[in-house]
Design a protein around this ligand. Structure first.
Ligand code: F6R
Length: 260
């Protein structure tokens, strides 16, 4: 894992967006894995800016989202379909038929999940996957004790996640209890992974994921076994890392690293 710590959320978002843009510029028909939630918003805003400046083109890009709440129609303000459309898709030029988001309203979840997995493979696999991290250490909605080889499936959300996400809903009881989510095994097959975390609320989950044991209690810790994961953190999210000096030293001495 490569750990990069930035002074502020905006700087972290710009750096992560630039990495995604570099991947898309090197491979214009790349497959991009996308996350929702508050963390990646800055990256999406930066990618939209780069697109508007003509510095990245999405016309051959295919996308796969990590997850969706079960039971919310795609028009619901808190559905991940709505989130992605509002915050990203309507601002860039990804052909609508290239956009994949798990269905939260299918009548056959098992068949849908199998199709989603197959579709990722048919499209050539995910070239770069953007991830956030839950305060319980989840990636996508792979809650504690999820199998580290799990595939796309229906998942019951943990109480902690429901409480964390209640801020987006009118009433806590409106938060869906189930989600459809890519599995840890699915995510691990992505060629590159970018994990973003900001704020002190994530400091423990980040430290456990980066420096703790690989365990299904913190599904993000599985990324220690991934060959190309880069963590983009702001200062508060990095606050509990024990090897902080080492990460800074590495970044400073990387060939071509800016001497700031
Ligand atoms: C969302 C997702 C989740 C979030 C995580 C953090 O698609 O997969 O794992 O990344 O719950 O959410 P925020 O960014 O809202 O703190």
């Amino acid at each position: 894992m490569e750990v990069c710590i930035y002074r502020a959320y905006e700087e972290m978002s710009r750096a992560a967006a630039q990495l995604v843009a570099d991947v898309l510029n090197a491979k214009p028909n790349a497959v991009l894995g996308m996350a929702t939630g508050s963390t990646p918003l800055g990256v999406y805003q930066e990618l939209v800016k780069l697109h508007q400046k003509g510095e990245v083109d999405f016309s051959h890009v295919t996308t796969f989202n990590l997850d969706e709440y079960v039971g919310l129609p795609i028009t619901h303000e808190q559905s991940y379909h709505h989130f992605m459309h509002e915050n990203f898709f309507r601002h860039v030029n990804i052909p609508p038929q290239n956009i994949h988001i798990p269905s939260g309203t299918t009548t056959n979840y098992r068949a849908f999940c199998e199709w989603y997995e197959k579709r990722i493979v048919e499209c050539g696999g995910i070239d770069i996957q953007i991830l956030g991290i839950g305060s319980d250490g989840h990636i996508a909605f792979n809650e504690p004790t999820s199998s580290l080889s799990s595939r796309t499936r229906l998942k019951t959300l943990a109480k902690q996640t429901i409480d964390d996400n209640a801020r987006f809903f009118d009433k806590p009881e409106d938060v869906p209890i189930y989600a459809i989510t890519m599995g840890v095994g699915t995510i691990m097959e992505s060629k590159r992974i970018v994990l973003l975390a900001n704020g002190a609320k994530k400091d423990q989950a980040v430290a456990a994921a980066v420096e703790g044991p690989v365990t299904s209690m913190i599904t993000a810790s599985a990324l220690q076994m991934h060959p190309s994961t880069k963590m983009f953190l702001d200062e508060p999210a990095a606050g509990k890392l024990k090897m902080r000096e080492y990460y800074d030293w590495i970044q400073y001495h990387k060939p071509g690293a800016p001497r700031v």
